[in-house]
Design a protein around this ligand. Structure first.
Ligand code: ZN
Length: 363
């Protein structure tokens, strides 16, 4: 099968849909990496370029706030402007890394709907100016609310997003993990598993309105736990796909599925999800550790350089050790190394749709 080649850079609208289709047809997925700074953004683009893979860069509301600066007086404004600033950084640089980059935001619960709406104000302004939205897709996570409210809110927001060629990611069933207050002990709770009937409801309501993807819960949790505590049941994904396929007589895997909580997951089970229409796997915890671990080692090995500018005993200058570029670069390299593994696990290495002859020549 042949897929369209795309211009390198941020992909939105039809190009994004072509990318999702290529992933599913080729049974591979893209890592969606949470970023908090230009260091993490650039490391993700570097890793994607090295692996000749397309990639998804995403911000949580907290990551966006951090990107704008924790010192900004208005925290809500920081969440909005940080996301806008990060998106503009990626729009400017991504094409020069020679791969396709999807821009996404992460979980937004009921309280964070105004955050999404404010980002859409900026997205609409950007669309007027450039013909492209700022983000390829925003996620709305109303999985704690009742299903009817969840879906009607998602429908309302998707109508607005579709007008500027955006997609929505919704959540059905709740992903477990520390941040959700769901312990790994009561993992066998029905709420942790997406119900195929709910997925069908979402499909019926949202398909006429625009493009959507589904974060489905199949025992996945955010964060990394002791081995054995996470019992994934990827067949849950298969059941949802089959119900929609049977009801609407579609081709196989009609749903575009997202795997949350990819950190620390069993490799064989990651591979299994690729056969069930998963095109995006979120990874955050593992890349956080990959960023910080080399910095810890470096500080440990060069402890004096982080206490003195000049060695008090022998006068050695330590500038080349404490220069932030030295240890931040190690952090970036740590992320690249971890992502090499992710691109291999998700089988996306070497599969970029970017055609570099389409790159603009203005540097
Ligand atoms: Zn998540």
């Amino acid at each position: 099968m042949s897929h369209p080649s795309l211009k390198p850079g941020v992909v939105t609208g039809k190009d994004y849909l072509a990318l999702v289709k290529a992933c599913k047809d080729g049974q591979y997925a893209l890592p969606a990496v949470n970023v908090v700074s230009t260091n993490s953004v650039n490391a993700v683009m570097e890793a994607a370029a090295k692996n000749k893979s397309d990639v998804i860069i995403q911000l949580s509301n907290g990551g966006a706030e951090f990107y704008a600066g924790k010192g900004m007086p208005d925290g809500f404004q920081a969440k909005v402007l940080g996301a806008v600033s990060a998106a503009k950084h990626v729009h400017l640089l991504a094409e020069h890394y020679g791969v396709c980059v999807v821009l996404h935001t992460d979980h937004a619960n009921k309280k964070l709907i105004p955050w999404v709406e404010a980002m859409l104000d900026h997205g609409e302004a950007h669309y007027k100016e450039t013909g492209k939205p700022l983000f390829s897709s925003h996620m709305i996570d109303l999985s704690e609310e009742d299903i009817d409210f969840n879906l009607s809110e998602c429908a309302r927001l998707l109508k607005r997003m579709a007008k500027i060629d955006m997609s929505i990611e919704i959540e059905l069933g709740c992903t477990g993990g520390e941040e959700d207050g769901v312990g790994s002990d009561d993992i066998d709770n029905a709420k942790l598993y997406t119900q195929p009937e709910d997925v069908l409801k979402a499909y019926d309501l949202l398909t006429p309105l625009g493009h959507f993807s589904v974060a489905a819960s199949f025992g996945n949790v955010h964060g990394v736990y002791k081995p054995g505590n996470v019992k994934l049941r990827p067949e849950i994904l298969k059941n949802s796909q089959e119900l929609v396929q049977k009801t609407h007589k579609t081709a196989a895997n009609p749903l575009d599925l997202v795997f949350h909580g990819g950190s620390g997951s069993d490799k064989a089970q990651i591979t299994e999800t690729l056969g069930y229409g998963v095109f995006k796997m979120n990874i955050d915890t593992d890349t956080q550790f990959a960023f910080s671990e080399p910095v810890g080692k470096f500080v440990e090995a060069n402890a004096k350089a982080f206490k003195y500018q000049i060695d008090p005993d022998d006068g050695t200058p330590y500038k080349k050790f404490y220069d932030p570029r030295k240890w931040l670069r190690l952090a970036e390299e740590g992320v690249v190394t971890r992502l090499n593994e992710a691109f291999a696990d998700l089988r996306s290495a070497g599969k970029t749709l970017a055609d570099n002859s389409k790159i603009s020549k203005v540097a």
